[in-house]
Write a protein that binds this ligand. Structure first.
Ligand code: F6P
Length: 391
């Protein structure tokens, strides 16, 4: 079947570089005589037929702009399957939903669909394909950089640079007031953003979801060591999804328990909404209540003053950097090539310097920081060698 019209949708949290993918898609589609139609608000727009025409003549240099022209949402068409425990029943329900979704191709008048999103959005595309062989391909997106099928997602380096700049900048005010700053950085399940920006800016403690922290050992004691080594200010880079260890939850902390974590509100994909937790503010409270730490600071002529800064959505805001603009364009081009070559059920990917592709079933999985052993070692060395070497 000749492809005459491609639908494009963007789902999940926005990321700098999304417009690059859309523009890359439009460039290649125009050159291949294919019409592009924008589907607004991710899977919501797909289910509700919310479309806009995409005319390339009106979108010069779209790849230089942040956000997504097509709007986005965290809509999960398979939400009804989340609570089903029986595997067979779940499959049946998935199949039924996937078939309804498949009919939408005709309603929307599209021959193929490019879904741009993270593991949630691409997970929907994968399930749709699994049950119907729909003509869908994917582009991996997330500033968290936690998709297994690609070395990097666009948006990650823009977000990392923003966080690194802020960690750098905070040192001047931290130094002036001799304060501890806890900087909360996006990263629900993985610590790539926190680890890369923390290493880049030389943060004094780096807390990531992959390694539950022991409050006494990894925070209180490190601050004591540092203050005794002569340090007067301290920057803690803390991922929003960094959790205390079981021992800390049960024996060291008073403002947070396992129940707090289990009862967080969830998004339509079942992910906890971490802005309801605000881990950095909880840590500020916990540290303020530690008399032993206050005493250690006083002994070293410093008052224990702590502030939290939540970077939150500032990390996704603004224009993409050069790397993310170009990766977005390359992914867009590659996605159209997948469609032209009939590689449905696949996603594009960056491996080293090359653009590759692989089946959803292999690529749509989470990747974690602790697989990168050298980064984990650097994190440990950066924290401890500074105070140890001053002894
Ligand atoms: O898309 C992942 C992410 O960037 C996480 O790092 C963060 O927890 C989440 O999005 C925030 O989502 P929302 O914009 O829906 O609050």
């Amino acid at each position: 079947m000749t492809i005459k019209k491609i639908g494009i949708l963007t789902g999940g949290g926005d990321a700098p570089g999304l417009n690059g993918v859309i523009y890359g898609t439009m460039l290649k589609a125009y050159d291949s005589n294919i019409e592009c139609v924008g589907i607004e608000k991710g899977w919501k727009g797909f289910m509700e037929s919310l479309t806009i025409p995409l005319n390339i003549a009106e979108q010069d240099d779209l790849h230089t702009k942040g956000g997504t022209l097509l709007y986005t949402s965290r809509t999960n068409p398979f939400k009804a399957t989340l609570g089903i425990e029986n595997e067979r029943e779940k499959e049946e329900k998935e199949k039924e939903i996937a078939q309804t979704m498949h009919q939408k191709f005709e309603e929307l008048g599209i021959d193929a669909l490019i879904a741009i999103g993270g593991d949630d959005t691409l997970g929907v595309a994968a399930t749709l394909f699994k049950h119907t062989n729909a003509k869908v391909v994917g582009c991996p997106k997330t500033i968290d950089n936690d998709i297994k099928g690609t070395d990097y997602t666009f948006g990650f380096w823009s977000g990392t640079q923003l966080a690194s700049n802020i960690l750098d900048n905070l040192t001047t005010t931290a130094r002036s007031h001799q304060r501890v700053f806890i900087v909360e950085i996006f990263g629900r399940d993985t610590g790539f953003l926190t680890l890369y920006s923390g290493l880049s800016a030389g943060a004094d403690i780096i807390l990531i979801p992959e390694k539950a922290f022991d409050f006494n050992k990894d925070i209180v004691n490190v601050l004591k060591e540092r203050v005794n080594a002569g340090y007067k200010y301290h920057i803690i880079a803390c991922a929003e999804g960094a959790y205390p260890s079981k021992n800390s939850l049960e024996n060291q902390l008073t403002t947070i328990s396992q129940e707090t974590l289990d009862n967080l509100p969830k998004d339509p994909f079942g992910n906890p909404k971490l802005n309801y937790l605000n881990i950095s503010e909880l840590l500020v409270e916990e540290l303020r209540s530690r008399m032993d730490l206050k005493e250690e600071f006083r002994k070293n002529d410093t008052e224990l003053e702590i502030r939290s800064v939540v970077l939150g959505h500032t990390m996704r805001a603004g224009t993409p950097n050069a790397f993310d603009r170009i990766l977005g364009l390359r992914f867009g081009l590659a996605a159209v090539n997948l469609v032209l070559n009939g590689n449905f059920g696949e996603m594009v990917s960056l491996r080293g310097k090359e653009i590759k592709h692989l089946p959803f079933s292999e690529g749509v999985k989470k990747s974690y920081v602790d697989e990168d052993k050298d980064l984990m070692e650097l994190r440990e060395l950066l924290v401890k060698i500074r105070y140890l070497s001053k002894k």
